[in-house]
Design a protein around this ligand. Structure first.
Ligand SMILES: O=P(O)(O)OC[C@H]1O[C@](O)(CO)[C@@H](O)[C@@H]1O
Length: 548
């Protein structure tokens, strides 16, 4: 497979960009009164408007031609068929099996994985029921009041984001906490508020070797044992979610209290697996199942819809358009819903760990940009922080605006304002304000002409800044599941265009390896290994000051 930028389809897009760079969305809307309707689609409770993009029907056709050139439909099918498309780790990629509500067999090496998936879901349902009903009790016979998920990366960000997002659905009487950072402050501050006799720890780690997680888990175990005094208490206060049964047993967790998942579930795609146990504990198993249903609806769509109608494909291609042709370096995700406050952070791992790659699946170094920087904050906080740059800065930043039509905290005073702000931002970003308009507004407000002339350039907005608006009736488990799956598949489609393996993460290894060397040196109080001058001096300084 040649690099995508060597294909004739890519060359056609380059020529097209030369024509499109001067095209304004204002003109596109003026020329086509049906533009919004023809570029808005409904999917699984989401209404997606991609009309405020710097594209025409021809642009979309040319982008779709690139998608065909990289055999995108065949790759999507390969994923659903359980092929080992994560080639560097020789693994299938089957988070879609975790929410395969149709029970259609999905096979890896000829073996249907669905019975295992169903068995773990049944185990989760049973366990969650027992905790909720007070049948699962702590060592001293107390019911569980607090659940602490100990995990990091995919074993933290997904379940944490979903638990926050579904706060209105939380069952009363059970609080869920997340500890991820190896910084002792994180676990110390969390444990301060808890009663050991009524706390359940979920140690979530695919590998069960991750330094941060194992350190926090050992601290939690010490805390528990100091309070309860008997090692037998661990069995009543710790469960594990992992692929590594021997390591779980070695930690002292009863294998009966282990929830397995499989090597074909990537960490950042794992919230649908037993890694979602804190979600099910927080909102109940039925709600967790609704989350899976929402994702399944999007899975069906991505697998069966023709490319031209396939929303994750379209959104992915729009991202490619800006990254590779309009020189955009980042992508903002702006949820207008406080419950989605961690959605951008969750997507940072989802997208940047997936597509932050510099070689293709074949190991060829690319000479084009791949995954952008993902960032964002909930509106309207973001508006008062960084929107200035999005509106008037020198960089092009495509942005997604996500907003529910109804709030879970509906009041006449708040939600209409939130909605108005969200919609106004996309309008302003698209429309901008010309110099003449800026000048006229100032004059109409009574400003003297000389001052209006001086101020007008500061109040001029280029506009033409692309946004996607994603509306939903309300943020429910189902719409949230659909939203997450939409982004997951978008990431996959972009990775396919760039030719990278979106499912490995070798880039996190080197730092881990070097941290191991430096940790030994900090413990020994002496530098033993080869380091550059800066790192060596820093280690020596730290060693000296920790000794003093
Ligand atoms: O679940 P584990 O094995 O503890 O890994 C945690 C995280 O570490 C990574 O391997 C690297 O950040 C992620 O891909 C993963 O989600």
């Amino acid at each position: 497979m040649p690099l995508v930028n060597r294909t004739p389809q890519w060359a056609a897009l380059e020529r097209h960009w030369d024509r499109m760079r001067a095209v304004s969305m204002r003109d596109l809307f003026a020329a086509d009164p049906q533009r919004a309707q023809s570029m808005t689609r409904e999917l699984a409770g989401l209404r997606i408007d991609f009309s405020k993009h710097r594209v025409t029907a021809e642009t979309l056709e040319l982008l779709l031609a690139v998608a065909h050139a990289v055999e995108l439909p065949a790759w999507i099918e390969r994923m659903f068929a359980g092929e080992r498309i994560n080639t560097t780790e020789h693994r299938a990629v089957l988070h879609v099996a975790l929410r395969n509500r149709s029970q259609r067999p999905i096979r890896v090496d000829g073996e249907d994985v669905m019975p295992q998936v169903e068995a773990v879901l049944a185990q989760m349902r049973d366990f969650v029921g027992r905790v909720h009903e007070g049948q699962w009790r702590g060592f001293t016979g107390e019911p569980i009041r607090d659940v602490v998920n100990i995990g990091i990366g995919g074993s933290n960000l997904g379940p944490k984001m979903v638990c926050e997002a579904l706060t209105p659905y939380h069952r009363p009487g059970l609080r869920v906490h997340f500890v991820s950072n190896v910084d002792a402050t994180h676990i110390t501050e969390t444990l301060k508020t808890l009663d050991p006799a009524r706390t359940l720890f979920v140690v979530a780690s695919k590998t069960f070797t991750t330094q941060e997680t194992m350190t926090n888990a050992r601290t939690a175990r010490r805390w528990l044992l100091e309070a309860l005094g008997d090692p037998a208490a661990v069995a009543d206060h710790f469960v594990a979610v992992s692929t590594n049964a021997p390591a779980v047993a070695e930690f002292g967790i009863d294998p009966a209290n282990m929830f397995v998942f499989w090597d074909w579930v990537g960490g950042r795609y794992s919230l649908w697996s037993a890694i979602g146990l804190p979600i099910a504990l927080a909102v109940g198993f039925e709600r967790f199942a609704e989350l899976l249903n929402g994702a399944h609806a999007v899975d069906k769509h991505v697998r069966t819809a023709p490319l031209a109608e396939n929303l994750p494909v379209i959104l992915g291609l729009l991202g490619v358009w800006y990254t590779n042709f309009a020189d955009a370096h980042s992508h903002a995700v702006l949820p207008y819903d406080q419950y989605l406050k961690s959605f951008p952070a969750y997507l940072q791992q989802g997208d940047m760990e997936s597509n932050g790659k510099h070689v293709t699946r074949d190991g060829v170094v690319v000479d084009y940009q791949t995954g952008p920087v993902i960032w964002g904050e909930p509106g309207t906080d973001g508006q008062h922080a960084f929107y200035q740059l999005i509106h008037q800065g020198t960089r092009l930043i495509p942005a997604d605006f996500i907003v529910p039509i109804h709030s879970h905290n509906e009041t006449d005073d708040h939600h209409p304002k939130l909605l108005a702000n969200c919609l106004a931002q996309t309008e302003a970003l698209m429309r901008g304000r010309t110099l003449a308009e800026a000048r006229a507004e100032l004059l109409a407000a009574g400003m003297d002409p000389a001052r209006a002339e001086a101020l007008a350039p500061h109040r001029q907005f280029d506009g033409n800044r692309p946004t996607t608006t994603i509306l939903m009736e309300r943020l429910t488990p189902e719409t949230l599941g659909a939203l997450i799956a939409l982004y997951e598949h978008r990431i996959f489609c972009q990775g396919l265009v760039w030719g990278v393996n979106s499912f490995d993460q070798w880039g996190v290894e080197l730092g881990k390896q070097l941290a191991g060397v430096i940790l030994d040196e900090l413990k020994a109080g002496a530098v033993a290994a080869e380091h550059d001058g800066s790192t060596r001096a820093l280690i020596e300084h730290v060693v000296h000051h920790r000794r003093a």
